[in-house]
Design a protein around this ligand. Structure first.
Ligand SMILES: [Zn+2]
Length: 129
């Protein structure tokens, strides 16, 4: 491969890798603010998370890696109303306390007063697709 071509290829590849890295560790100002606010309000600021941001997800609305505290919210949730987005963040924050969906988890999740409403909203939305 000629040098020029090789350099171009290297550029394309590094751009792709940067994009992939951004996707793997997405960071989004809006989600971070929401998480910080909810953490203060419902956990007395006690939770520790390493990253939060939007990511491409087909089926789930969000995910949380319990071990390293990385929270991801589905990119398709970005246009949802603020209070529904807050619920999604709250759900993932609650996973930093309990990794499963047991009764103790729901107790934590329900500290967010619009939890039941937001769940209904998302159920209805999922039913439409
Ligand atoms: Zn969950």
């Amino acid at each position: 491969m000629p040098l020029v071509e090789r350099e171009q290829w290297a550029q394309v590849m590094s751009r792709r890798l940067a994009k992939r890295a951004a996707r793997a560790r997405p960071s989004d100002e809006r989600l971070l603010k929401s998480a910080q606010r909810l953490n203060q309000k419902h956990f007395a600021g006690a939770l520790r998370f390493t990253s939060i941001g939007f990511a491409d997800m087909e089926r789930l609305w969000g995910s949380c890696t319990f071990t390293d505290g990385a929270i991801r919210i589905a990119r398709r949730a970005a246009p949802l109303p603020e209070w529904v987005l807050d619920y999604l963040v709250m759900h993932e924050l609650a996973h930093l306390v309990h990794s499963d969906h047991g009764p103790e988890f729901h107790e934590v999740e329900n500290r967010y007063p619009l939890t039941e409403r937001a769940k209904g909203y998302l159920l209805a939305l999922d039913a439409m697709v």
